[in-house]
Design a protein around this ligand. Structure first.
Ligand SMILES: [Zn+2]
Length: 357
């Protein structure tokens, strides 16, 4: 009986929420500043609980393209990861299944990084509208995912794309430990800066330049091995895909920085706006980077001072623990006073009462 009652209540709740509580469009005046997107005047979601925010994904809101672009990408990347793992484990033959070929590890790491990034981003965009606290805390998760992905890409790019000739005096002479330390420090700094700019020192519009500079620095660190290969005069079939990755990322970044196209026509581009175009650019760019890395993968065996599985695991573990602890400290320490929900909402009251007990 208990299950039947719960199911009936759930159906009633879904029906009620979709009919009455979830208007697909809302004005910007009715939403928290945290949710507000510059130049966008409509399409804001009015979800006050976790269940409502999940239901609101099916409405044509200004978060729909953000949620679905990375939600679908997350599912696609699970498929791609499984396919690459199957290949790495010995393909169709079924022999040596226990032994993942070492050269696949950096590629799998890059793909896993992209999956973490798009999944965290999708969750952040779904649940960010629940309350001011959810908005800020969920975007810590988003920033964690972005920098997890850039750290993983840095390791994969180092593993496959350094110049073959160590005598050129370029990046080949750069030690692995030095590059891994620079990459780790750079991506952890960007994560810290993003969190501080958005959650501790808000409003932060006037320091956008610093955030853009941090992103560029982070991107440049990742590009060091590849840049060194170009400077050494070595050309590879993967060069086109690396350029396409750069072009997609740059276009997405440009849209985000300039608030185009919604700046020109806010009422037309409230679903497909600069942030969602950046999402699409990021995911298409990451796919091209994956294709480029697949082409570069055979070089791995010939390159000097190859990073071991332990080296890469260590960098990713340090990033995950450091960023995780920092994110947790900000969400549960710095955001203590931020509203976790409207006190009038019965669902929130019940949840709080349960927590207190
Ligand atoms: Zn996003």
């Amino acid at each position: 009986m208990g299950i039947l009652e719960t199911a009936t209540n759930w159906i009633r709740f879904v029906a009620g929420a979709t009919q009455a509580q979830l208007p697909s469009h809302g004005s910007d005046l009715s939403v928290d500043q945290c949710d507000r997107i510059p130049f966008i005047r409509k399409g804001y979601r009015h979800a006050n609980t976790v269940s409502e925010s999940i239901l609101s994904c099916f409405t044509l809101s200004n978060e729909a393209a953000n949620i679905w672009s990375h939600g679908v990408s997350s599912l696609v990347y699970i498929g791609l990861l499984c396919e690459s793992l199957r290949e790495a484990c010995g393909g169709e033959s079924g022999q040596h299944v226990h032994l993942i070929r070492e050269q696949y590890v950096p590629l799998l790491l890059q793909m896993f990084g992209v999956w973490v990034c798009v999944t965290c981003s999708c969750l952040a965009h779904i649940f960010g509208c629940v309350s001011r606290w959810h908005c800020r805390a969920m975007f810590i998760l988003d920033y964690f995912g972005i920098n997890f992905s850039t750290t993983a890409s840095a390791l994969a790019l180092y593993a496959y794309t350094r110049p073959m000739d160590p005598g050129t005096g370029n990046f080949a002479t750069f030690s692995m430990r030095a590059f891994f330390s620079i990459a780790l420090a750079s991506h952890l700094s960007v994560f810290t800066m993003q969190c501080c700019m958005n959650f501790v020192f808000r409003p932060a519009e006037h320091i956008k330049v610093i955030v853009v500079a941090a992103f560029t620095a982070s991107f440049s660190v990742n590009a060091l091995p590849l840049l060194s290969r170009y400077l050494s005069g070595e050309t590879q079939p993967s060069d086109l895909y690396h350029c396409l990755h750069l072009a997609c990322s740059a276009l997405g970044g440009l849209c985000l920085a300039t608030h185009l196209p919604e700046r020109l026509a806010p009422d037309c581009f409230y679903v497909l706006h600069s942030h969602s175009l950046m999402h699409i650019g990021t995911v298409v760019g990451a796919y091209y980077q994956g294709l480029a890395l697949q082409l570069d993968m055979p070089r791995w065996r010939e390159l000097p001072s190859r990073p071991s599985l332990a080296n890469m695991a260590c960098v990713m573990a340090v990033y995950t623990v450091s960023a995780g602890l920092l994110g947790y400290w900000i969400a549960y320490g710095k955001l203590k006073t931020v509203d976790r929900g409207d006190q009038d909402r019965t669902t929130f009251k019940t949840a709080s009462a349960k927590k207190i007990r």
